[in-house]
Design a protein around this ligand. Structure first.
Ligand code: CA
Length: 368
């Protein structure tokens, strides 16, 4: 009798003990995850733009605020303008080495390290903002970008776009490509290489130094962004003509690059917050540029008397021909650049046919 009573009693006790042990293990795993979730991360974000500069500079500040809100303060990001922690053109190395966890920049600044980098930003006569976003997020572009940055310990995200830029500020009229000969122009990326091929001198100078460089004759011409940013730097005070369209940068994607170890140290939910906030920044910056460029162009013309001029068709045709030659050369010189260029060419062939009968046909029909 006692044995019969005791056996189930012992079994019950053993079961209870097992359950308690299992619960204990679960509790300890839970409290581990809870500890990770309760952990606060303080990160640095370095930019290639001045602090609080309209659009490109304020966008990452808004991104940092959104991430802090969404994470309930668990991921705090301090944003540094160019030169505050590292100089503008050292942002890539700073994030790669972990001096800062994040950077905001334009991928074409790094073409000396990664020949394929400009393709992730903008190349002459390449894709516009809509097409770039489509290619990056639905055409295999993002995967190639990750592959290109992987050896540098960086994870890139698309994080902003200015839309089609302007061809730039000049003090001499451009009537043929020969007018670029001997010209010292601030123009980075592959556009700069095209100018070099024509016989001009291309220089990359950070935005904050451009006004003085133009004023003191270090450069004869410059391209920066578009009316919203150009009016903020006051280029209309040092140059006479404002040319369009921005053949050199038809839809530059800006980047948020993250140090690989730093990103991997984040719990999954914080990684998701960063990813979604970057995607939001990518769109919101484009929206801001679309609205502000239009109002700033009106101010440049009506308040400051700026002469806005189109590049002649023949000049654009020549620039296009040389751009394609330069792009083919870059594609042939580096396997990754070759792969990315081939992907973009195939994607663009499709989108151009479709855009022709939608956006372009509609723009034509709407014109007064
Ligand atoms: Ca530019």
């Amino acid at each position: 009798m006692t044995t019969i009573k005791t056996l189930p009693g012992l079994l019950l006790m053993a079961l209870v003990a097992l359950l308690l042990a299992a619960c204990g293990a679960e509790q300890s795993a839970d409290s581990g995850a809870a500890a990770e979730k309760g952990k606060t991360y303080k990160w640095k974000l370095v930019m290639t733009w001045p602090k609080n500069y309209p659009g490109v500079g304020t966008g990452p500040e808004d991104f940092a605020k959104q991430v802090e809100r969404m994470s309930a303060g668990r991921l705090k990001i301090h944003v540094y303008g160019a030169g505050e922690l590292v100089p503008a053109l050292e942002v890539f190395d700073a994030v790669s080495q972990g001096t800062a966890e994040m950077g905001h920049a334009a991928p074409y600044y790094w073409k000396g390290k990664i020949p394929s980098a400009p393709f992730f930003s903008s190349v002459p006569f390449g894709m516009n903002a809509t097409e770039m976003n489509a290619w990056l997020h639905n055409g295999g572009g993002m995967e190639m970008w990750r592959e290109a940055y992987e050896p540098f310990n960086l994870i890139p995200f698309a994080a902003g776009n200015t839309g089609v830029q302007m061809a730039g500020w000049f003090n001499r009229e451009i009537n043929s490509v020969d007018d670029f000969k001997g010209l010292k122009m601030r123009i980075p990326g592959i556009g700069g290489e095209v100018i070099h091929h024509i016989g001009g001198q291309s220089i990359n100078i950070p935005g904050g130094e451009l006004y003085t460089s133009m004023q003191t004759g270090v450069i004869d011409a410059l391209e920066w962004v578009s009316p919203y940013n150009d009016i903020a730097f006051g280029f209309h005070q040092v140059a006479k003509y404002y040319y369009y369209p921005g053949w050199q940068e038809p839809g530059p994607t800006l980047e948020l690059m993250i140090n690989k170890q730093a990103y991997e140290s984040l719990p999954d939910d914080l990684q998701a917050i960063v990813e979604v906030a970057a995607r939001a920044l990518n769109q919101s910056m484009l929206d801001e540029y679309t609205a502000r460029n239009a109002s700033s162009l009106r101010d440049l013309v009506e308040k400051h008397g700026v002469e806005v001029k189109p590049l002649p068709k023949a000049v654009l045709a020549d620039l296009k021909k040389i751009s394609h030659q330069v792009l083919e050369e870059i594609a042939a010189s580096d396997p990754m650049a070759g792969k990315v260029y081939a992907s973009q060419k195939a994607f663009m062939a499709q989108t151009m046919s479709y855009q022709a009968i939608t956006e372009e046909a509609y723009a034509e029909a709407r014109r007064p």
